[in-house]
Design a protein around this ligand. Structure first.
Ligand code: ZN
Length: 242
């Protein structure tokens, strides 16, 4: 009898692992994750706002401080975790976490909806465009394309507010022109975790994500790594996007 229970548990455990490898949770505007909690990034512009979130999400101010520290500056984005009760309320309204099937070794798209690459990887004008430009509305969540460790988050000249993440086997991903960056160097991020919001910082004339995949600092065409999209429009022409 004990053997059967043991075997059943082993099978359940193995099934659990394969499920976790194939189905991942991708952050959207309602469900975001940070440091093992589900919640949302929000601007706190007054002491009142903190109490407001605490009441709305049924959480304590202490829980907010455990994630963001006690020195919260007004006007900063902080991560506000949800309680189980609030998650159930959202689900009752039909607002659910978005899941996506993805093999552990596969990259996912950094934005949930991309119909069009406004400027492709390759020669452009007199220079070389080291990534793919994806137009999106300002404030669209930018997610990590693979599990990894954030190695830098800084303002990089023409690239504006830029995030660089190191992944397995010397692969790196870069996300430029963000309006806001949530993560910090040293953070471990999960595939599908929101890391910033689309913007137009740096040398850019419209809201878009400049996305790169590098192998040992050599930029490669991101579209060779991202899941194939049937009706993707690609422009090789010089556009205003940078
Ligand atoms: Zn670009």
């Amino acid at each position: 009898m004990r053997k059967i229970i043991g075997l059943t548990l082993l099978l359940l455990f193995c099934e659990g692992i394969s499920y976790a490898d194939d189905v991942i949770h991708v952050d959207n505007q309602y469900f975001q994750k940070y440091r093992g909690r589900i919640g949302v990034w929000a601007i706190v512009d007054s002491q009142m706002k903190l109490s407001y979130y605490s009441n709305k999400f049924y959480i304590t101010i202490k829980e907010v401080q455990e994630i963001n520290g006690t020195a919260i500056s007004w006007g900063d984005y902080i991560f506000v975790p949800y309680s189980e009760k609030y998650i159930q309320e959202l689900e009752a309204q039909g607002i659910k976490m978005e899941t996506l099937e993805s093999k552990k070794s596969d990259f996912i798209w950094p934005l949930s909806r991309v119909d069009n690459i406004s400027s492709s990887f390759g020669q452009r004008g007199g220079g070389f465009h080291t990534g793919a430009d994806m137009p999106a509305t300002r404030g669209t969540p930018v997610v990590a394309v693979m599990d990894g460790r954030v190695i830098s988050t800084r303002y990089e000249g023409g690239f504006g507010k830029t995030i660089c993440i190191e992944h397995r086997d010397n692969f790196f991903s870069r996300y430029a022109h963000n309006s806001v960056i949530f993560v910090k160097a040293g953070d471990f991020v999960m595939k599908g975790q929101v890391i910033g919001l689309v913007g137009s910082t740096g040398n850019s004339t419209g809201n878009h994500l400049h996305f790169e995949i590098r192998y040992n600092d050599i930029p490669l065409n991101p579209l060779d790594f991202l899941p194939y999209k049937e009706n993707l429009i690609q422009s090789h022409a010089i556009r205003n996007w940078k």
